[in-house]
Design a protein around this ligand. Sequence first.
Ligand SMILES: [Cu+2]
Length: 395
Amino acid sequence: MRSPFHSEPEAFRFLLVLILALVPIVLAAALGPTWLALVVLAVVLGGVAARAAQLRMRKLRSPDLLVKMAPPHLGSAAERRVLVVANDTLSEEALLCEVERLGLAPRMHVLLLVPAVITAAARLTGAIDSLLDQARARMQAALDRVGHDNVAGKVTGEDPLEAIEDTFATFVPDEVIVATRWEQTAGGLEPRLAGLVRERFAVPVRHLVFEPGSAAHEPDEATEARYQREFGAAAARKFGLRALAGAGILAALVMSLVALARTTPTNTTTPAAANQAAALPTGAPSALTKVIELKVIASGKKGPDGKLHDDFTLTEFQVTVGQPLTLRIDNTDTVPHSITSPEAGVSIILSPGTHDYTLLVNQAGKFEWHCAFPCDPWSMAHVGYMRGFITATAA
Ligand SMILES: [Cu+2]
């Protein structure tokens, strides 16, 4: 496993970004509702993913390297080490002749590196072994055909460029030959591989192009540049499409999570039947912001008779004519009570539990109200218990 970071400062930067990204998520989770935390999480993840995708696209278009590797020469000055990278082109006689010719030179070491190009589909279907076997068979046939002791072979399932990089650490070549076809075939090497190796290593790199039955060709600089561009752009396009699909799936997932979090019921609900909001004139939001809180308690208050009676903790209401007043009433009883005043045009039924109700009076005056639900007969007859007054003053 390769470290995803090129350097220590890079790893440190990543850690810093991670912490900075976590702060708003934690804050939103601690202070806001669940859906807000999810939205912040989605925004942060989206930002990070977009940046990662951008960097990846740039790298695919033109893989740049921080340092060009210049391996030291190994062995005596007369010794030469050549790395030949090939796979499907190993069946070409012209390539085998080239390897044979190299092998004849004195003090020459040739390593035949055969990357089995493993596609995502092969990984999924577990066809990796058969691809490696094919590469091994090709390599063995080539070694048998060349028949020199100083020509060795190696098969790899790694990404070709990474395999070459690893080989540089062990074989330390003085020269690299990359053998491809003019166009990439299924399981074949990308023609742009030679250009990538040239960019990465400070050793002579020869790109030999083989087509069935013909001699080796070396593409000119313009052709190499075209390979780089075309394959880079194609890879970036493919990755872009995949990233877009991934982002779509992620967005759908987050949106459904947010919807789920928002529809989770809270314990304060407004029963539609009891709420008179539908009958309210619109355009008085400022008056609505004032909330009066009170409770309805069964056997909550001692009467002059020494017994406990049902009561409203507040029985006097002051309102402005035509302006709705919000009452947040906690009916702690198990049965409904009401604020009923036919003269004031008020009929509010209070279900058990805490709910918001709207008190609206459209004429000035002092109106008596009472609880219309048969509960405590004494309370229903006495102001300050289940009876009281609504005073409406003109605006
Ligand atoms: Cu009552």
